[in-house]
Design a binder for this molecule. Structure first.
Ligand code: GRF
Length: 193
């Protein structure tokens, strides 16, 4: 397999971004080469720099045009984009340029609790309000319709009546850390000759 290069996009704490970086550290044919972040003071920025990986911080205006970013990705020959808690909508030219090469994780069982405004604790609160017995994670390709790209994998976890949003978040995060890097690896390997 030709060596594959990943750019991880993240906006906040970056626990998933770090898991992915660490997962591929010893890999021979897949490497995380770049982190793209839209907030200079996001905790993920420092943590990723400490690991010796290049970080591009792009303000929202520059990001929205998509042009500079596409050039940056092109220049570094990035093959895959992994969205790990990235809170901006991906510009359409990037979605088209990376057709079936952008992988996102969503902290619910899509199509439930997806779409606009459904991120972070908003998702877990909505899950509790709907008295769901289970929740989970969805890993999917990104297309032009928000949270509606082809599903690649889902994992579920049982909920208890007494679960708080924080407890649901903890359960979901555990699934994310356990499965996301592994599914990213599987998808890249399946799709690369
Ligand atoms: C995760 O729950 C992910 O599903 C969502 O954003 C969160 C990011 O968390 N898209 P972290 O920054 O990786 O800790």
């Amino acid at each position: 397999m030709k060596k594959q290069s990943i750019a991880v996009f993240a906006s906040g704490t970056g626990t998933n971004a770090l898991r992915i970086i660490d997962h591929f550290r010893a890999a021979e044919d897949i490497a995380v080469e770049l982190l793209v972040c839209n907030k200079a003071d996001a905790p993920v920025v420092e943590k990723v720099r400490e690991r010796g990986i290049e970080v591009i911080v792009m303000d929202n205006e520059a990001f929205e045009s998509g042009l500079t970013l596409l050039q940056e990705l092109d220049y570094r020959a990035v093959d895959w984009i992994v969205l790990a808690g990235f809170l901006r909508k991906i510009p359409v030219n990037i979605i088209r340029g990376y057709h079936n090469r952008i992988i996102n994780i969503h902290p619910s069982l899509l199509p439930k609790f997806g779409g606009k405004g459904m991120y972070g604790m908003h998702v877990h609160r909505a899950v509790i309000e709907a008295r769901e017995k289970q929740t989970g994670i969805s890993i999917h390709f990104v297309n032009e319709e928000f949270d509606k790209g082809e599903l690649l994998a889902q994992y579920t976890v049982d909920l208890e009546d007494a679960d708080t949003p924080e407890e649901v978040a903890r359960k979901v995060q555990e699934l994310e850390h356990r499965y996301f890097p592994y599914i990213v690896e599987q998808v890249i390997k399946q799709q690369t000759p």
